[in-house]
Design a protein around this ligand. Structure first.
Ligand SMILES: Cc1cc2nc3c(=O)[nH]c(=O)nc-3n(C[C@H](O)[C@H](O)[C@H](O)COP(=O)(O)OP(=O)(O)OC[C@H]3O[C@@H](n4cnc5c(N)ncnc54)[C@H](O)[C@@H]3O)c2cc1C
Length: 360
């Protein structure tokens, strides 16, 4: 029997699943572009090339085996010989997935009546609660007037920027000595006006790289809700970010979408119905919840927390922690690197926190 399966949404998760439709031979997939879907925007997707991500890595525009976290106190440099940090264009990835999906007979449609389908999965964005922590950012892919970028090292976080609006850092992916994606990223409950991020990028490049922007090639922006999220429509089972794939405290999602899909396929192979579950372990969700409380209430601890974590771990341990592959020993090691008081306060605040209303 073939199970008629509709995927609502044509973003990263739906298209990643469509590209491996041959691994679900009993399901006939249709990807549906929903009513009200915004015009597709390109943006960069970053990930460490861990197990199962070779296809994505082959789509990457650039990769770095070395990455750093910078504060006023110093620079922590991490590296991995086997798992470089890759970045790819989202739309290029989606196009490649679509081309492969077509060879697996996946159908594509605009919003149609899917009441006849046997199964429907919803990948439209999840909803955040009121006053939820957001990761909001604006990035410029720039050309600068001096060859000063170190193109061997991706800067994941440079905290030497204004910290008055919440945890704020620059994410800088150098494509050459004069060209980079530079993103001003803030964790707080309120996005800032666009000029704030753009001015912060100009000031950062001038102050810390002594460089001026000569050309902006591309701009991207985003608001990623953090913490526990609610499904877009509670009556439809989710897929991707809408099924809990966003890592609550980092916003990394791509790697978790791939884990979610592979586990669902594995389940079907073992005779279970197709279903996409939150790909994170409860203990990681709990640790992230504590971290988010600390970042929300005491963001001034953030630079030292992240630099201590980067100094205390090897590159491969850092990747395992970020990609949801931590062992208990590694989690303990991460906790030991952190300042203790903010965490004790974070744990007690989490225990007495009231549930929040979901934003419609
Ligand atoms: C600018 C930006 C940069 C990012 N960078 C990274 C990164 O580097 N690494 C990483 O892991 N993650 C990153 N993310 C998170 C990223 O969103 C996810 O990795 C990934 O796109 C989630 O896939 P998804 O299929 O769940 O959602 P999406 O890819 O967002 O797909 C959602 C689907 O729902 C549709 N939709 C959206 N809104 C509506 C609506 N109102 N009504 C109807 N349909 C709607 C869309 O058209 C789309 O079809 C980034 C996000 C943004 C915005």
């Amino acid at each position: 029997m073939t199970v008629d399966t509709v995927l609502l949404g044509d973003g990263v998760a739906a298209m990643s699943l469509a590209a491996v439709a041959d691994q679900l031979p009993n399901h006939a997939l249709t990807v549906v572009r929903p009513n009200g879907a915004p015009k597709p925007h390109d943006h960069m997707l970053g990930f460490w090339n861990t197990e199962g991500l070779d296809f994505a890595a082959s789509t990457a525009r650039a990769s770095w085996s070395t990455w750093s976290i910078v504060t006023h106190e110093g620079t922590a440099v991490l590296s991995s010989a086997d798992h470089a940090y890759h970045v790819m264009h989202k739309l290029a990835y989606i196009d490649r997935c679509k081309a492969i999906a077509t060879t697996h007979d996946v159908a594509f449609a605009t919003e149609a009546n899917h009441a006849d389908a046997d199964l429907v999965f919803d990948s439209r964005p999840p909803r955040a609660s009121t006053n939820a922590m957001l990761q909001h950012f604006h990035g410029l892919e720039v050309e600068i007037d001096r060859p000063v970028f170190d193109d061997s090292t991706a800067i994941l976080m440079d905290f030497r920027v204004d910290q008055s609006q919440g945890m704020h850092f620059m994410y800088l992916l150098p494509f050459s000595k004069t060209r980079a994606l530079v993103e001003s990223t803030i964790f707080s409950t309120q996005p800032m006006p666009e000029t704030y991020y753009v001015e912060a990028i100009h000031a950062y490049l001038m102050e810390h790289h002594h460089a001026k922007i000569t050309k902006v090639h591309h701009e991207e922006k985003g608001v990623i809700p953090m913490g526990t999220l609610s499904p877009h429509d509670p009556s439809i089972p989710g897929l991707g970010a809408n099924a809990g794939a966003i890592r609550p405290a980092s916003g990394y999602t791509f790697v978790f979408i791939q884990q979610q899909i592979q586990r669902a396929i594995e389940g079907v192979r073992h005779g279970k119905p197709l279903r996409f579950k939150r790909p994170h372990k409860s203990v990681d969700v709990w640790m992230d919840a504590v971290l988010l409380i600390v970042l929300k209430h005491w963001p001034h601890h953030a630079p030292s927390m992240f630099s201590r974590m980067a100094t205390g771990l090897t590159g491969d341990e850092f990747i395992r922690f970020m990609s949801g592959q931590a062992t208990w020993r590694l989690r303990l090691k991460v906790m030991m690197t952190m300042p203790k008081w903010p965490f004790i306060r974070g744990v007690s605040k989490l225990m007495f926190q009231r549930p929040r209303k979901v934003v419609a």
